[in-house]
Design a protein around this ligand. Sequence first.
Ligand SMILES: Nc1nc2c(ncn2[C@@H]2O[C@H](COP(=O)(O)OP(=O)(O)OP(=O)(O)O)[C@@H](O)[C@H]2O)c(=O)[nH]1
Ligand SMILES: [Mg+2]
Length: 444
Amino acid sequence: MALDKLGTGIKGVFKRVMGMGVVDKEAVESIVRDLQRTLIQSDVDIKLVFEMSKSIKDKILNEEHPKGMTLKEYFLKILYDEFIELLGKEKGKLALGNQKILLIGLFGSGKTTTSGKLGRWFKKRGLSVGLVACDVHRAAAKEQLKQIGKQIDVPVYFDGKKAEDIAKNALKKGKESVMIFDSAGRDALDGELAKELKNLGKIIKPDQTFLVIPADIGQAARKQAEEFNKLVGITGIIVTKVDGTAKGGGALAAAAVSGSKVKMIGVGEKLDNFEEYDPKRFVSRLIGYGDIEGLLEKAKESGAEESAKRIMEGKFTLNEFYDQIGSLQKMGSLSNVMGMIPGFSGGAMTKKMPKDFMNVQEGKMKKWKFVIDSMTPAEREDPDLIKQSRIQRIAKGAGTQQSDIRDLIKNYKQVKKMMKMTGGGKAFKRGPLAKIAKQFGMGM
Ligand SMILES: Nc1nc2c(ncn2[C@@H]2O[C@H](COP(=O)(O)OP(=O)(O)OP(=O)(O)O)[C@@H](O)[C@H]2O)c(=O)[nH]1
Ligand SMILES: [Mg+2]
């Protein structure tokens, strides 16, 4: 799984929380498991993942939630805060002062462009800047940096054949306050280039060594960050190509693994598409909402809406069923609700309702949730997939009898059929089922 999927995974977790019926222990644990899976598959350090899960569970299950906030909103806020914690709470601050900066990273990660961005950044803040072209391996590398130097109007140093010599000459000649050394793109595991980089480190003695990584990097990020860190020691990370999609998992893994902080982010090809890293904004980008207020606002709307909308649209998969189990649990049994509707108790509708579903017991609901938790997303979407061999697997995963799975599917199908008979979702809007819909948190 590529790290760029992390954004999607995290979005999925937030979406699940937003669509939650009741926030109870099981629901929280199921969502935390989802979160763990997403993070572990994205190579986030397992220890960090467990610390984070524990902290989330402790807070949501044991602490009293703030007044004026629903439990669900509080859950979202906890998740949001934990992500920020994981990504480093501090904003990336670049020290303004005399310094030597070395940029390292994989091929095409954006080092040369970032040299120019950094140069412009410091120049705008009143410091003189020099760029040093230490990439002798790619044909047009020096030319590229010269162009960039022209663009931001700073000198570029490139005298010498070997990268080491170019660095030495630049250190001799360059008198600028901030000297930025661009290096050749490399695989940290490439022996020869690794040696060259080590030498460069010794010659330059950089004050800052920034690992430049693209936001859409794959699994390699962790290994690379580790190797680079061993080779020269990383003091910070610059994540490029954050623009466009909700990517950025690479940053998370690399930062977590190297223990260094993300300093700056590149948000476009232009030299001023460069921002100080702000974890709040970064997390917001990752989950696709402007800020925590926006997220909570959305949660208010979407909780009831999400599930209801899907049902209204005639969609009633096991996912919707799962969401409704929570509401049912809270109410006791559906027959209670039916009983509250005048002229309805014992009526035709009640007869059409599956008996088990009407008097469904707390214990059974719990079991059903375990069962659905043990299904794959595809099975939840399309329960017809669930044949004997799958039933065996699911029962094992959920720690239940195979008959529980059949029982669940039977009930689900009956409810689905009933929904169809009552005109899909329409009857929920007005008419006798509106009241039930409301109880279900589906009121329109
Ligand atoms: N969209 C976007 N593109 C970027 C960003 N940073 C760099 N690029 C583009 O990525 C490509 C590679 O950038 P370079 O700066 O040449 O990368 P490099 O690490 O120096 O590459 P090598 O020297 O070959 O290892 C170029 O097309 C850049 O314009 C960014 O923040 N956003
Ligand atoms: Mg380059």
